[in-house]
Design a binder for this molecule. Structure first.
Ligand code: TGC
Ligand code: FAD
Length: 388
């Protein structure tokens, strides 16, 4: 019997350091997340001390250089960390990927030296929680239409508008917010929680990502000093490049969710007896399990190659788009189908499939919907942009 989830021996392509990092995050998830995640998700509450715990294991800004508090690791390590975190829950991976790719990455890439020194070390330890405001009530897939405005007012600026569906907004200390200036350029602004006119109402009653906080970012004449504006970015290319990093992490992360579902279904199918035999002995169940491990293996290979390209600085946003779309759909399909393998047991919290499936309904929508990513591939292969 071959119950490995490394069917094509991808481990042989990883370094000892990669495997060590993966194991340490796996241990963290087994010890700190698995025992509490069902309760947190069922009751829509936080995992106690999550951000600081993620900081302590180096999961916040893994690829940010050490001089700014990051771990200075490569892109493969970042991917493996995301995979292990999402084996626990998408909310945990979301917390780490927003902080790393959507808050630390733009400050590191587009920020001034002063901004980097002020924010990155505290974000790396989890002392500060960051959020990323791109989506607006009227502009989700089409962030280029954003209405949030940054206008000059004497020696400073005023920020007005609202962002919606923002991960960690209710608990954030700072928010990296994207707004249009008077020249029509897209600017990145670091807003601090204490700033007058800034509020972060929580979005309640979610059926998905229940162990993660989601909310709005509302700006009413928030006074912004020049020193809060990211100096090195003036177009939509800025926020979209952050998405490349986060989407890459998601491509890896969802493999973790799929593996958790597969492992649970395989084990259960060998133990559960119906009609005098384990249900794993029936062809219909074997078909499901065989397809799961095949799809997981294909997704792993895609991510390994993408990680290699990222390390060489050669990955295109279209390649990242394809991996995000393919792997999230793969994981969602496995979560749904594996729930069926365990029958009625699949609807209670003792097994992770319903939780992963519900989470993945958000993951297939955020960071570009499944259909938006299809259109990105479509535009790439035909040369015709279906968005316009
Ligand atoms: P378009 O005209 O195509 O592009 C505008 C400029 O941006 C460049 N560009 C990119 N640059 C870097 N990376 C990318 N992925 C890029 N995609 C485009 C492009 O070359 C152009 O540059 P320039 O210099 O010529 O001006 O823009 P468009 O308005 O037609 O929109 C294109 C589209 C639809 C693909 C894009 O806007 C898109 O990706 N929409 C999806 C929106 C999205 O993903 N939002 C995510 C919000 S954050 C989030 O969901 C966090 S969830 C967090 C969690 O909890 O994990
Ligand atoms: P819409 O853009 O209104 O799309 C609705 C439907 O129309 C989709 O099926 C879409 O595929 C389809 N569609 C849209 N345009 C086209 C087209 N041209 N052709 C064909 N079909 C099209 N955003 C942030 O900025 N920061 C965050 O931290 C963040 N966290 C999130 C957390 C959660 C839990 C969720 C659910 C969302 C989060 N988002 C965040 C927002 C997320 O990025 C958006 O929901 C997503 O980009 C889609 O936007 P929308 O929901 O407005 O859908």
């Amino acid at each position: 019997m071959n119950s490995t989830t490394d069917y094509f021996k991808i481990d042989d392509l990883l370094t000892d350091e990669h495997k060590l990092i993966r194991q340490s995050v796996r241990d963290f998830v087994d010890n700190e997340i698995k025992p509490v995640i069902d309760d947190a998700a069922q009751h829509h509450k936080d995992i106690p001390g999550l951000m600081k715990k993620l900081g302590a294991i180096g999961a916040l800004g893994p690829y940010i250089p050490e001089e700014y508090g990051g771990a200075g690791l490569d892109q493969m390590s970042y991917g493996l960390i995301m995979q292990e975190l999402e084996r626990g829950d998408s909310a945990v991976r979301s917390a780490a990927s927003v902080q790393s790719s959507l808050v630390m990455y733009p400050i590191y890439t587009f920020g001034s030296e002063e901004q980097k020194r002020k924010y990155l070390p505290k974000l790396a330890t989890g002392e500060f929680v960051g959020s990323f405001g791109l989506t607006e009530p009227n502009h989700g897939s089409n962030p280029g239409g954003m209405e949030t405005r940054l206008t000059k007012n004497g020696d400073h600026y005023l920020l007005n508008g609202a962002k919606m569906w923002i991960t960690n907004s209710p608990i954030c200390d700072i928010a990296v917010v994207w707004a249009r200036d008077e020249e029509g350029k897209i600017r990145g602004v670091i807003v601090e929680r204490e700033m007058q006119g800034f509020s972060t109402p929580e979005t309640l009653n979610k059926w998905s990502l229940r162990a993660s906080k989601t909310g709005e970012l509302v700006f009413e004449n928030v006074k912004i000093e020049e020193s809060q504006i990211l100096p090195e970015v003036k177009s939509l290319r800025g926020p979209l490049s952050c998405l490349n990093s986060a989407r890459y992490g998601i491509s890896w992360g969802v493999i973790g969710a799929a593996i958790d579902c597969y492992d649970s279904a395989l084990k259960y199918s060998l133990e559960r007896t119906q009609f005098g035999k384990p249900i794993a002995s029936y062809q219909l169940q074997q078909k499901k399990l065989a397809e799961f491990i095949t799809e997981i293996t294909k997704a792993q290979l895609l991510c390994w190659r993408l990680g290699t390209l990222k390390n060489e600085n050669k990955a295109t946003s279209e390649q990242i788009s394809m991996a995000k779309r393919n792997n999230v759909k793969m994981a969602l399909d496995i979560a749904r189908e594996s729930r069926q393998i365990i029958g009625a047991m699949g609807i209670v919290g003792d097994f992770p499939m319903m939780r992963h499936a519900a989470n993945l309904e958000s993951v297939i929508t955020y960071e570009g919907t499944h259909d938006v990513h299809l259109l990105i591939t479509g535009a790439d292969i035909t040369g015709i942009n279906a968005f316009v």
